[in-house]
Write a protein that binds this ligand. Structure first.
Ligand SMILES: O[C@H]1[C@H](O)[C@@H](O)[C@H](O)[C@@H](O)[C@H]1O
Ligand SMILES: [Fe+2]
Ligand SMILES: [Fe+2]
Length: 306
C-alpha cells in the first residue's frame, strides 16, 4: 500500500513505503528492504508488556514508579529547571557518544547501549527515505535526551527519563501501558487534573500540553533553545515519539490542532523505524559517522547548550 502524505509546510510529498495493512507484528516488508522482524531480541512480540520474559518484571516495576510520580507539578518544575540549559556545552556527536553508557530499563525490546539504537533507527529510515535528510538526523537525535540519566545532567532516575509519555494535567487515558498504577498518582484524585480536558481547552494544540517529563521533551527543548533548523515535523517527532497513547491508540486527539494533525503522520512513520529496527545487528559507527556529521552541521550549531 502506498500512501501519499502531503506536507504543505515543506512543499514536499512523501510516499510512505511501508506496508501498513498489517498492524500485527507479522513479517511485513518496507520497500527499501527493511524487513519488520516477527519477534524482538528476546523472542517476544514487540511491545508486549504482559509476556513473560527476563525483562518483564523490571519493566512493569518501572511503569509503576513512573505512573505514581509523574504529576503536573513535577513536570512543571522539571521543565523550568531544564530549560535553563546551564549544565553542559557540547556538540550533538559528543552527546551521541555519551549514550554508549546508557541502558533503558523501560524497554522490553532492547538491552543494548542506546547509541546502537540511534544508529539503527537512522540507518533504517535513511534506506527508505533517502532524500529526507532531516528525517535521518531526527532519528539520530530522537533519544539523546536519555543523557538525563548521567551524573552531569542531574542523574535523574529512569522513571523521569524513559518510557512512554502521556499528558499530565488531564485524565490519564486507559490505553497507557500499565494504566492501573495511576491510581496512586496524587493527580488521579485531583478534580483540577482528572477530567477529560483538565487544565486544557478543546483543540488547544499539543504544544500547550504538558507531557510527562523525560528524554523526549528535554531533547525537544534542547533543539528549540539552540535554534535547530530541523523542520517542525522533526521537532514534533522528537517531542511525541513516545506518546503511544496518541500515535498508536488515537487517544487525546481532542487536544490536537490542525498542525498537529498534519505532523502526526510523520510521527507514525517514524515510529515503525524506531520500534522495529531494534536488534542485535551492529552498525559500523566509523563508517556512517561522516554522513551524520554533515547533517549535524546543516541543522545544528557546532556547540549546543544542554
Ligand atoms: O521504552 C521505550 C523507550 O524508553 C523509548 O525511548 C521510548 O521512546 C518509548 O516510548 C518507550 O516505550
Ligand atoms: Fe525514545
Ligand atoms: Fe527510540
Amino acid at each position: 500500500m502506498t500512501i501519499v502524505i502531503d506536507q504543505l509546510q515543506f512543499g514536499i510529498e512523501v510516499e510512505e513505503k511501508r506496508v501498513l495493512n498489517n498492524e500485527s507484528e507479522s513479517e511485513s516488508e518496507f520497500n527499501g528492504g527493511f524487513i519488520m522482524p516477527t519477534a524482538n531480541t528476546f523472542g517476544q512480540n514487540f511491545r508486549d508488556y504482559e509476556a513473560e520474559s527476563e525483562r518483564q518484571e523490571g519493566v512493569e516495576n518501572f511503569y509503576k514508579i513512573n505512573h505514581i510520580n509523574q504529576t503536573y507539578d513535577f513536570v512543571k518544575k522539571m521543565r523550568e529547571e531544564y530549560r535553563k540549559m546551564d549544565r553542559v556545552e557540547m556538540s550533538i556527536w559528543e552527546c551521541c557518544e555519551l549514550l554508549n553508557d546508557v541502558i533503558d530499563e523501560s524497554d522490553p525490546d532492547l538491552d543494548e547501549p542506546q547509541i546502537e539504537h540511534l544508529l539503527q533507527t537512522a540507518e533504517a529510515i535513511r534506506k527508505d527515505f533517502p532524500n529526507e535528510d532531516w528525517l535521518h538526523l531526527t532519528a539520530l537525535v530522537h533519544d539523546l535526551g536519555k543523557v538525563l540519566l548521567l551524573p552531569i545532567f542531574g542523574e535523574l532516575p529512569q522513571w523521569a527519563v524513559v518510557g512512554d509519555t502521556y499528558p499530565v494535567g488531564c485524565a490519564f487515558d486507559e490505553s497507557i501501558i500499565h494504566h492501573e498504577y495511576f491510581k496512586e498518582n496524587p493527580d488521579y484524585q485531583n478534580p483540577a487534573y482528572n477530567t477529560k480536558y483538565g487544565v486544557y481547552r478543546e483543540r488547544c494544540g499539543l504544544d500547550n500540553v504538558m507531557m510527562s517529563w523525560g528524554h523526549d521533551d528535554y531533547m525537544y527543548l534542547v533543539a528549540k533553545e539552540n535554534k535547530s533548523t530541523l523542520p517542525s515535523a522533526g521537532l514534533l517527532i522528537i517531542r511525541y515519539h513516545s506518546f503511544y497513547a496518541l500515535h498508536r491508540a488515537g487517544a487525546y486527539k481532542h487536544l490536537m490542532n490542525e498542525e498537529d494533525e498534519e505532523n502526526l503522520k510523520w510521527v507514525q512513520i517514524f515510529n515503525k523505524y524506531d520500534l522495529y529496527s531494534k536488534s542485535k545487528v551492529r552498525i559500523d559507527v566509523e563508517k556512517v559517522k561522516p554522513y551524520y556529521l554533515s547533517l549535524i552541521e546543516k541543522y545544528f550549531p557546532a556547540k549546543l547548550r544542554w
